[in-house]
Write a protein that binds this ligand. Structure first.
Ligand code: SF4
Length: 706
């Protein structure tokens, strides 16, 4: 057996905790992985997914060579990189010439590294001239982005992981942290063991494993979070548990919110949320009397047709109590993907530009265009994920480049996504794994390097930038994502701006980072003092880290000044709106989707590790025992689960953690594991009007015996 002789410090490629890992390898093959005791995200801990990363190198699942087909009816055949990228450049150039720059689109991923993102952004905006570049982070964090910007003025989570350990009262809303951010949950568990007086409130429709730590669990009806927050604020006001001095000095808009929440009486809110008035009162009291109060949230708030309102309603509680900018306090979104933060920073949502700029802001466009040395950046709004795939389906987008993500499994109303991909004239898929549902639709498949095989940087949930280091070469002909993008871009330049100096003359990811960071100088996320070399010297750092700084910034807004026009944080007075699909006779169940402990996204990576099926072996629909009895079903029986958009056949299980009237199905299962397409064949594409994030956690459904 070959033995590992080297260790390379890098990061885990799964969730937004951003744990440091030590990759054990022999220079060619990865043999083991351990938690990095020096990384401030995890101090040596790893969860079940992170600790099995070295087992995910199954070459049978990998994309190894470029493959091309010249007709939809043909099978893809192996080709070489030059032919593959020349062909792609020719097709993109011709499409742009014939149909304009908005006839092409890029759909990228929170799994990419910051340097990859930056290269993609420059390609789309500066070279192609389109804002049609969106990311799967649209499905993940875009409501949090809007929430932070509306309430605090910038997309900047203000807290540090240490605040989780130092807080006196934590509200965990719409987050099964025990499964989705396990290492942080272990840190909280250890803190609670040391200080049992820490109060933990969990708000979730299900009795999830995170509830094991809860002093109070509010099993609210799905989608009622805004009403809950307004109800809590109503009580805080009534009891005088607010910080009037903070409100007066550091905020604006309080009177409008106060007028709104007057109607959110405890009785009314208890009724909307399906909880008791006593529990609502207890929740408000825990928050109102806590010396420090911190909230954590994730997809339960974000994946909603009122996701941005939910985010702001929660942040309102912090502003009303002055619980922000101090130790153990603040609103703290838990980022789903490892580098969704880096994506937002580089402008990788259709509406953004690098350095937390807005694509709709003429001044911002001019700044970036001048820096990139192009005449102008595109003005027309880009398409967000749901809009983008609809534009593909209806033929408006004719050439689509997908990188490091699996929309055929992860997008809502999945049948329509398959239809879009099947009919799109030219689909490029840049992927490490050849087994994903999306790869089937690739006219051109480009093999990408995976974890341990590429170099760059990521930003985790606490704004901490880590250097991701390469331990081994990518297998066969797979290449780093940034290198693929830049190589393609240089070929496309020969069609679109021949004879001019290249915008993509990058020799390394460090060079990309060095160009990118200049665009952050003087902005809220200032990274201009960082470089790959500095991260090697000082270790992972939290932004802002301006030029000349010697350490990062653990906590924001300690001075009570916010990055808004007035310098004050803003109360947001959005009324509660019910989720889009109401329960009705034909669809009496509310279907919720979410994560399993040991699987990740569409399982392209975790699905290759047998050990990770030990926790949950197969797709199962969870229903309360009363719902099984009502339908004369037994655990283990096959059922047809249907929504207005599609149906799946799978076994059902009795599960008391799910309330009657609700159903739960893990998000991970695609058509490799299910009869029918995947979980998202059932979910709906209704989106939050501001964040454009789809409502993946609330669909009307019914179950019947097969
Ligand atoms: Fe990886 Fe997240 Fe687990 Fe850490 S908590 S090891 S980042 S999956």
């Amino acid at each position: 057996m070959t033995r590992a002789t080297e260790t390379t410090a890098s990061t885990c490629c799964y969730c937004g905790v951003g744990c440091g890992v030590l990759i054990e390898h022999d220079g060619a093959t990865i043999h083991g992985v351990a938690g990095d005791p020096n990384h401030p995200a995890n101090y040596g801990r790893l969860c079940s997914k992170g600790s099995t990363l070295h087992l995910t190198g199954d070459l049978a699942a990998r994309a190894l060579y470029p493959e091309l087909r010249l007709g939809k009816a043909l099978a893809r055949a192996r080709t070489d990189w030059d032919s593959a990228l020349d062909h792609a450049a020719a097709v993109f150039a011709e499409t742009i010439r014939e149909h304009g720059p908005d006839s092409v689109a890029f759909y990228i991923s929170g799994q990419l590294l910051t340097e990859d993102y930056y290269a993609f952004n420059k390609l789309a905006r500066a070279l192609v001239g389109t804002n049609n570049i969106d990311s799967n982070s649209r499905l993940c964090m875009s409501s949090a982005v809007v929430g932070y910007k509306r309430s605090l003025g910038a997309d900047a989570p203000p807290c540090s992981y240490e605040d989780i350990e130092q807080s006196d009262c934590l509200l965990i809303a719409g987050s099964n942290m025990a499964y989705a951010h396990p290492v942080l949950f272990r840190r909280l568990e250890a803190a609670k063991a040391q200080r049992p007086e820490i109060k933990i409130i969990v708000v979730d429709p299900r009795r999830i494993d995170t509830c094991e730590l809860a002093d109070l669990h509010l099993a609210i009806l799905p989608g009622t979070d805004v009403a809950l927050c307004h109800g809590i604020l109503h009580i805080l006001l009534w009891e005088g548990w607010i910080d009037r001095a903070f409100i007066d000095t550091h905020t604006e808009g309080f009177d409008a919110l106060k007028a709104l929440v007057r109607d959110y009486t405890p009785a009314a809110v208890a009724d909307i949320c399906g909880i008791s008035v006593e529990n609502l009162q207890s929740c408000a009291e825990l928050i109102g009397k806590a010396p420090s109060f911190l909230s954590l949230w994730c997809m339960g708030l974000n994946q909603s047709s009122s996701g941005s309102a939910k985010n702001s309603a929660l942040i309102n509680l912090h502003l009303a109590t002055g619980q922000i900018g101090k130790v153990g306090a603040g609103p703290f979104s838990l980022t789903g993907q490892p580098n969704a933060m880096g994506g937002r920073e580089t402008g990788s949502l259709a509406n953004l530009l690098p350095g937390h700029r807005e694509a709709g802001n003429a001044e911002h466009r001019a700044e970036v265009a001048a820096y990139w040395g192009v005449d102008a950046l595109p003005e027309a709004p880009g398409l967000s994920a749901v809009e983008l795939f609809e534009a593909v389906r209806t033929g408006k987008v004719k050439a689509l480049w997908i990188a490091c993500t699996n929309p055929a499994q992860s997008m809502p109303d999945q049948s329509k996504i398959h239809e879009a991909l099947a009919t799109c004239p030219f689909v490029v898929v840049q992927e490490a794994y050849a087994t994903t549902e999306t790869c089937r639709y690739a006219d051109l498949l480009l093999p990408a390097a995976g974890w341990g095989e590429k170099e760059g940087s990521v930003t985790n949930s606490e704004r901490r930038v880590s250097h991701v280091r390469r331990a081994v070469p990518a297998p066969a002909e797979a290449r780093a994502d940034w290198a693929i993008v830049c190589d393609f871009a240089r070929r496309l330049e020969q069609h679109l701006r021949p004879g001019r100096s290249s915008l993509f003359a990058f020799a390394s990811p460090a060079a990309l980072f060095d160009e990118y960071k200049v665009l952050t100088a003087g902005r809220d996320l200032d990274l201009s003092g960082l470089s790959h070399a500095l991260l090697d010297d000082l270790g992972p750092q939290q932004w802002p880290f301006p030029a000349g700084a010697s350490a990062g910034t653990p906590r924001l807004y300690g001075d009570g000044v916010f990055p808004t026009a007035s310098g004050r944080a803003r109360f947001v007075a959005d009324a509660y709106r019910a989720p889009q699909e109401k329960r009705e006779a034909r669809y009496p169940l509310t279907l919720n989707t979410g994560r399993l402990r040991d699987q990740w996204h569409g399982m392209s990576r975790t699905g290759t590790v047998a050990r990770l099926f030990g926790h949950v072996e197969e797709a199962m629909l969870s229903l309360h025992p009363d719902e099984l009895r009502r339908r004369r079903l037994a655990s283990g029986e096959l059922v047809r689960l249907r929504s207005r958009r599609g149906a799946l056949i799978l076994p059902v299980q009795a599960d008391e953690s799910v309330r009657p009237g609700q159903a739960f199905l893990p998000m991970h299962w695609g058509d490799r594991f299910l009869k029918g397409l995947g979980t998202n064949v059932l979910t709906l594409p209704a989106c939050d009007p501001l964040s454009k994030q789809p409502e993946l956690k609330h669909a009307g459904a019914e179950v019947e015996k097969v």
